[in-house]
Design a protein around this ligand. Structure first.
Ligand SMILES: Cc1cc2nc3c(=O)[nH]c(=O)nc-3n(C[C@H](O)[C@H](O)[C@H](O)COP(=O)(O)O)c2cc1C
Length: 182
C-alpha cells in the first residue's frame, strides 16, 4: 500500500508522528510550512527527522512532484492534523501546494482521502466544508479520542485516534483500546 501523509499547521502534530511510526507500506510525506512551527512546539522531533520515517519526502511547494499527478499510483492520502485553512482549500478545489493538490487528485481519482481536523469550537464554515467533503466520500476523522480506554498518558489518547486512521486504511494495528462491551 502506498499512502501520502500531509501534515498541516493545526495543533495535533503528535498524531502525525505516531501515524508515521506505525503506518506500513510506502509513505510519501509532505509537511506544510506552518506545520513545521507546530511540530517544533508540540513534539520533540522535526520535519527532517520525520522525513526519515517516510519513503519519500517533498517540500510543500513542490507541485511538480510525482504525487501531484493522478498518474502516480498511491492508494490513499491522510491529512493529519488538518487545519481549517487546508480543509477550506480542499473543499473548494484549491490546489495551491502539494498537500492540497494531492487532496484534489484523491477527489478526482476517487481515492481514499482522510482528513483529521482539529479545532474547537467548530464554526459553521468548517462544518459546511466537512459536510460537503463527506458527501464526496472523504472520511472526516476528527482528532477526538474516546475515553473508555482509560487512558493513562496523553500518548494513549493519541494512539486512540491513530488506531482509527489505521483501521480506515485497512491496516492492522494493536494501537489504542478497542471497545469490548460492558
Ligand atoms: C501553535 C499553533 C497552533 C495552531 N492550531 C490550529 C488548530 O488547531 N487548528 C487550525 O485549524 N489552525 C491552527 N493553527 C493555524 C494554522 O497554522 C494556520 O491557519 C495556517 O495558515 C495553516 O496553514 P496550512 O494549512 O498550510 O498548514 C495553529 C497555528 C499555530 C502557530
Amino acid at each position: 500500500m502506498r499512502t501520502v501523509v500531509g501534515i498541516t499547521g493545526a495543533s495535533g502534530a503528535p498524531y502525525a508522528v505516531t501515524l508515521l511510526r506505525h503506518l506500513q507500506g510506502e509513505i510519501d510525506l509532505v509537511v506544510s510550512k506552518d506545520a513545521r512551527k507546530v511540530i517544533a512546539l508540540e513534539t520533540d522531533t522535526t520535519a527532517e527527522a520525520l522525513a526519515k520515517l517516510a519513503t519519500n519526502a517533498y517540500a510543500p511547494d513542490d507541485v511538480g512532484a510525482e504525487i501531484a499527478s493522478g498518474s502516480a499510483r498511491y492508494d490513499a492520502a491522510v491529512i493529519v492534523p488538518c487545519s481549517g485553512n487546508t480543509l477550506a482549500k480542499v473543499a473548494t478545489g484549491l490546489a495551491d501546494n502539494l498537500i492540497t493538490r494531492v487532496a484534489a487528485v484523491c477527489l478526482k481519482e476517487r481515492r481514499e482521502l482522510i482528513l483529521v481536523p482539529r479545532e474547537t469550537p467548530l464554526g459553521t464554515v468548517a462544518l459546511d466544508h466537512m459536510a460537503a467533503l463527506s458527501r464526496l466520500g472523504v472520511t472526516i476523522l476528527p482528532a477526538s479520542p474516546g475515553f473508555y480506554g482509560k487512558a493513562e498518558t496523553p500518548q494513549d489518547l493519541v494512539d486512540f485516534v491513530v488506531a482509527r486512521i489505521l483501521d480506515r486504511l485497512g491496516q492492522p494495528s494493536d494501537l489504542g483500546a478497542r471497545w469490548r462491551g460492558l
